[in-house]
Design a protein around this ligand. Structure first.
Ligand code: NI
Ligand code: NI
Length: 135
């Protein structure tokens, strides 16, 4: 495969931090690390746009003592178009629960449901990861 060389300018401080990070991650070269970053950014941009069916995981941390939260969490899942196919619930400590929801649906519906859940008072975190699920 033909390659094209590009020159990249860095501030010294940023470059030394980047070098430390890529050493830690085990990259053989800056070039490979930069290519991976480019691929990741492109994949992320593609995931964040367009339509079609997706599957996603939403990871939330919430305080089960927050007023009405457990009820609102279930309610919001029932009233939205995206399907919550499975949930994994782990009790972290006296108050906090970690939950992973596996959601399938139209991209905009999955994102909307994730936004509604994240917006509930008492919900911390809220990482959504999507993969395309079109046939
Ligand atoms: Ni239910
Ligand atoms: Ni719990």
């Amino acid at each position: 495969m033909a390659v094209e060389r590009v020159g990249v300018s860095f501030e010294p401080e940023l470059l030394s931090r980047f070098d430390a990070l890529i050493r830690e991650k085990g990259y053989a070269s800056r070039s490979e690390a930069l290519r991976d970053l480019a691929r990741e950014s492109i994949a992320k941009a593609e995931m964040d746009s367009g339509s079609g069916t997706v599957m996603g995981t939403l990871t939330i941390l919430y305080d089960h003592d927050a007023s009405g939260l457990s009820h609102r969490l279930v309610h919001v899942q029932h009233e939205h178009h995206a399907d919550v196919m499975s949930t994994l619930h782990v009790h972290v400590d006296e108050r906090n629960c970690l939950e992973v929801l596996l959601i399938k649906g139209e991209r905009s519906d999955v994102k909307l449901l994730a936004d509604r859940i994240r917006a509930l008072k008492g919900v911390a975190l809220g990482e959504l990861a999507l993969v395309k699920a079109d046939a």
